[in-house]
Design a protein around this ligand. Structure first.
Ligand code: DAH
Length: 357
């Protein structure tokens, strides 16, 4: 084989490669032409494998010439590819449907949660650590569970405390989460430790602090020798954990037919710091935790012997708690479907957030 002949051949191939690029308009077309020269079966590609055919003393020279030509042709195609590609992008960008790289990005949906859900998760977590289970009950209830079993017989004046949505089928929309007390007593028998977060309904005129649809979280603990001291300890722990600080509380006697004695636990209003605002009706206090010792007749309705067992119960205003915690002054916000009221995940507190969903 003749080196000079090879060099001539290579020079021809290079000039052919150059002229083959005239008028090429797409990267795809360019790729095909490139294969005709540099592919394994391309003119230059095939020559690359011929180094062995030269005399040993010529192989170095032949190899060098081939590499040089190979590199030159390769670079020629690379340059051309870049040119055509940038032209293609520019052409695409000038069309109406073009991708505009300067537009701001689309905000990813972060899955913000409703303030009530956020507080509910937190409370579930606090109580699960104390060995409580999380129970649920129907929103459409019977008179028995909502009233009778809670020591509120028909015609009892206490029924007036809860304006009720009665349904045409004789049922009602539960006015509180307390009906699940009886359901849980029958389901589990003593000892019982459970909470019941859920939606409740009352026939109320809506204003800044009243809604006809709101959330509560019932709590029930029944065992041998449960006392008021247990009740107070658990309530204090609950508020301390939720607000991450000692919250000022006061305990007043309160009447609920299903507890005896019954209490109203108030906390100082966090919206106005106890100074008085529309949310706390200018009193500086928010009624947040009605509670008490389970009435013997409620235990009996649940099939539990009140001589052997005692218990405490509470009915936490979940909606109100969420308002306190997230500084929402108007209850109407909670059902308004306003996305701005949702809680960003970075504001959720407490480990185990979302664990129950
Ligand atoms: N169910 C009551 C209500 O909605 C709240 C309540 C009060 C629940 C005292 C309780 C309790 O468990 O012990 O008004």
């Amino acid at each position: 084989m003749d080196i000079e002949k090879l060099q001539q051949q290579l020079a021809d191939i290079q000039s052919q490669a150059k002229s083959s690029l005239d008028g090429v308009a797409s990267v795809q077309a360019l790729r095909e032409i490139r294969a005709r020269f540099l592919g394994k079966k391309g003119t230059l590609g095939k020559l690359m494998g011929t180094v062995r055919d030269y005399l040993p003393e010529q192989r170095g020279q032949a190899g060098q010439a081939l590499n040089k030509a190979n590199k030159a042709v390769g670079e020629l195609f690379e340059r051309m590819t870049e040119q055509i590609a940038s032209k293609e992008v520019a052409a695409e960008a000038s069309q109406a449907s073009a991708f505009d790289p300067t537009l701001p990005g689309v905000r990813p949906m972060l899955g913000n949660v409703h303030p009530v859900t956020a507080v509910q998760w937190e409370i579930e977590h606090i109580f699960q650590r104390l060995g409580f289970t999380v129970e649920a009950g129907p929103e459409m209830e019977s008179d028995y569970y909502n009233f009778e079993a809670l020591n509120i017989p028909a015609d009892h004046p206490a029924r007036d405390m809860q304006d009720t949505f009665w349904l045409k089928n004789g049922m009602l929309l539960r006015t509180h989460t307390s009906p699940v007390q009886n359901r849980s007593m029958k389901k589990f028998g003593p000892p019982i430790r459970c909470i019941v977060p859920g939606r409740c309904f009352r026939y109320e005129t809506i204003d800044a602090s009243h809604e006809n649809t709101f959330h509560q979280c019932e709590g029930l603990m029944v065992d041998r020798s449960i006392s008021i001291a247990n009740l107070i300890a658990v309530m204090k722990l609950l508020l301390r954990e939720v607000f991450r600080r000692e919250v000022k509380v006061r305990l007043r006697p309160g009447f609920f037919p299903f507890v005896e004695p019954g209490f109203e636990l108030d906390m100082s209003c966090l919206i106005c710091d106890g100074k008085g605002c529309a949310t706390c009706k200018r009193s500086g206090w928010i009624e947040i935790l009605p509670c008490g010792m389970v009435h013997p007749s409620v235990l009996r309705h649940g099939g539990i012997d009140p001589h052997e067992y005692t218990g405490f119960a509470f009915g936490l205003g979940l909606t109100r708690l969420a308002m306190m915690k997230y500084g929402i002054g108007d209850i109407r916000v909670m059902n308004a479907g306003d996305l701005r009221a949702l809680v960003h995940p970075s504001r959720l507190t407490g480990p185990g957030i979302g664990a129950n969903t």
